[in-house]
Design a protein around this ligand. Structure first.
Ligand code: CA
Length: 222
């Protein structure tokens, strides 16, 4: 399992990323401070760093410079509200591998994390990029889905929703948990969007796959 260091000073965003990564099988650690980020990144074997630029202590760009200056090679994805082109260019020149601009959707960040980790993965970990439940098979690398031998087209949200359920076998996931994992912090509370998407998945993947647990949420059929 990949260890990811999240450097982010906004608690809501830090917790949103942390929960999302954990739900997707990563081991996240959060710090909100630039100086602490440097010592953690140098002292531990993280596989990837998600780095906010506007943070207490050394700012994100200084953190990146210092890490690269000390020969630290771990992949870095910059995460920031600063969306002007100069920041992007200097971030990439300073040795960042990728750049995600706030506001962002979790699935976008997740896709970039996976791309960055892919080349360093062993064959065994590559195997874990295939998930299945019953006769439904998800290839996390290509984002392709099959029911038996039949390929099925899923939207990005549908894919992330079924992926989240498959990663929690036998567990009832509440609407709030699913909103958190799949839609992130950017949704209207009380929205019925989860139910709508569960309906789409049942149409595409079969009625029996996802069970409604009344008053609680949804569960993958065992
Ligand atoms: Ca910040």
């Amino acid at each position: 399992m990949n260890k990811i260091l999240i450097v982010e000073d906004e608690p809501r965003i830090a917790s949103f990323i942390e929960k999302g990564l954990r739900a997707n099988g990563f081991i996240p650690t959060v710090t909100r401070d630039g100086d602490e980020a440097i010592s953690m990144a140098l002292g531990n074997s993280f596989d990837l760093l998600i780095l906010d630029l506007g943070i207490p202590g050394k700012d994100g760009m200084a953190v990146l410079e210092e890490l690269r200056g000390q020969g630290e090679q771990l992949p870095v994805i910059i995460l920031t509200a600063r969306d002007n082109i100069d920041d992007k260019v200097s971030g990439l020149e300073n040795g960042a591998d990728d750049y995600v601009t706030k506001p962002f959707r979790f699935e976008e960040l997740l896709a970039r994390v996976r791309v960055r980790l892919r080349h360093s993965q062993s064959p065994r970990q590559q195997d874990e990029l295939i998930l299945s439940a019953g006769n439904v098979v998800l290839d996390l690398r290509t984002r392709r889905v099959k029911v038996g031998d039949r390929p099925v087209d899923l939207s990005a949200r549908e894919f992330t929703l079924i992926e989240t359920l498959i990663r929690h076998p036998g567990q009832v996931m509440s609407r709030e948990q699913l909103l958190d994992h799949v839609w992130g912090y950017d949704y209207a509370p009380g929205s019925n969007i989860v139910d709508v998407y569960i309906g789409y998945l049942r149409k595409k993947l079969g009625d029996d796959l996802i069970e409604t647990v009344r008053g609680m949420g949804y569960r993958l059929q065992s």
